[in-house]
Ligand binder design. Structure first.
Ligand code: HPA
Ligand code: ZN
Length: 343
């Protein structure tokens, strides 16, 4: 049985320089900020209070979460809203020892409501620049396509975002996984590749191992978001280990969305023992009960993990990031210095 982490060990986890690579910025919208923005923008809400909204965060699967998540995002209207949202996240990220953040955003959720693409991207992009000045955090944006919509709509979204091409570094694929395999988005990912954009995709969260394979083979994804169901295919685990493909694992999300019954049953230790390049992330922290450090602390409390695993997880996150090599090298050196101070 693992023993609960001591305050000294928790402080060690906090000090380790970490990259967060799987964070939907709309999923960092806390109920208090959600209500404040609804009031400011005159958006009606289905819940009467912050408490009533929080009480609705009892999910049975991915779709039950997405329905509430998209409704929550409807309060975001202006460039200032997006900037404030991301600034609130960066303050928490800094407190958790995050040195690098790659933020997912879902433009289609917003443009469908008439929010201009420029308001979304310029607000978030300004926050990324301010995060460096204010917190020393290196941050970039990854534009995600909603997989429950068509590929034609994804292609249109990519085109609509091109005037802001220098404001995002890659594309991703999120939303309802079951019934929407990666290969549905072959052309838009090929186009993103031609534009020099990085490519990542959610796969193997609720979907089968075959979705992880097609994300790699058809979309040429450089990282797999979630990917936890890979352990159902030993051949796929071998492939992921041999290629060093990073998996951006989100433990509290997996429990909240019933991918695992509890944290003690999570396959993180199995993924690590298989030599996979796993790192930890918070996914949608306002909805799933914790930001990045809380995910770390909960895992180290519930699972048989130690100092070596902590350093490996932090190293994997830095190595899997799309940050420039010199930045990554500086963080990796900082990581080795912190690792030497393990309690
Ligand atoms: N999975 C798929 N789509 C999402 C998620 C997720 O965990 N969070 C926000 N959009
Ligand atoms: Zn996600």
């Amino acid at each position: 049985m693992p023993t609960p982490t001591t305050p000294a060990f928790q402080d060690f986890l906090r000090r380790l320089p970490k990259a967060e690579l799987h964070l939907h910025i709309e999923g960092s919208l806390e109920p208090e900020q959600l209500f404040a923005l609804a009031r400011r923008n005159g958006v009606p809400l289905a819940h009467a209070s912050v408490e009533a909204l929080r009480a609705a965060y009892a999910f049975t699967d991915l779709q039950s979460f997405l329905d509430i998540y998209y409704a929550g995002a409807s309060v975001l209207r202006t460039e200032q809203d997006f900037e404030e949202l991301a600034m609130a996240y960066f303050a928490r990220a800094a407190a958790d020892g995050i040195v690098r953040a790659e933020l997912f955003f879902d433009p289609q959720t917003h443009t469908a409501r008439g929010v201009p693409m420029g308001a979304v991207i310029e607000g978030l992009s300004r926050a990324c620049r301010r995060a460096r000045a204010l917190h020393g955090i290196s941050a970039d944006l990854i534009l995600c396509f909603l997989r429950h919509l068509s590929e034609a709509e994804a292609l249109q979204t990519l085109d609509d975002a091109l005037p802001w091409r220098e404001h995002f570094i890659g594309v991703g694929l999120d939303s309802s996984e079951r019934g929407h395999p990666p290969e549905k988005f072959a052309r838009v990912f090929a186009r993103a590749g031609e534009l020099g954009l990085h490519r990542v995709a959610h796969a193997g969260e609720e979907g089968p191992p075959a979705y992880i394979e097609s994300a790699l083979d058809v979309l040429r994804a450089e990282r797999i978001d979630h990917g936890v169901r890979c352990t159902e295919s030993p051949a796929l685990v071998q492939r992921l280990a041999a290629t060093g493909t990073p998996l951006t694992v989100c433990p509290l999300s997996n429990v909240k969305l019933c991918v695992f019954p509890d944290l003690a049953s999570h396959n993180l230790p199995a993924l690590l023992s298989a030599g996979l390049k796993v790192n930890l992330n918070s996914d949608d922290p306002a909805y799933f009960g914790g930001y990045l450090l809380e995910n770390w602390r909960a895992c180290f409390d519930a699972l048989p993990l130690g100092v070596t695993d902590a350093v490996t997880l932090a190293r994997n996150s830095l190595e899997a990031s799309f940050a420039p090599v010199d930045e990554r090298a500086a963080w990796l050196a900082q990581l080795e210095r912190e690792a030497a101070t393990a309690p």
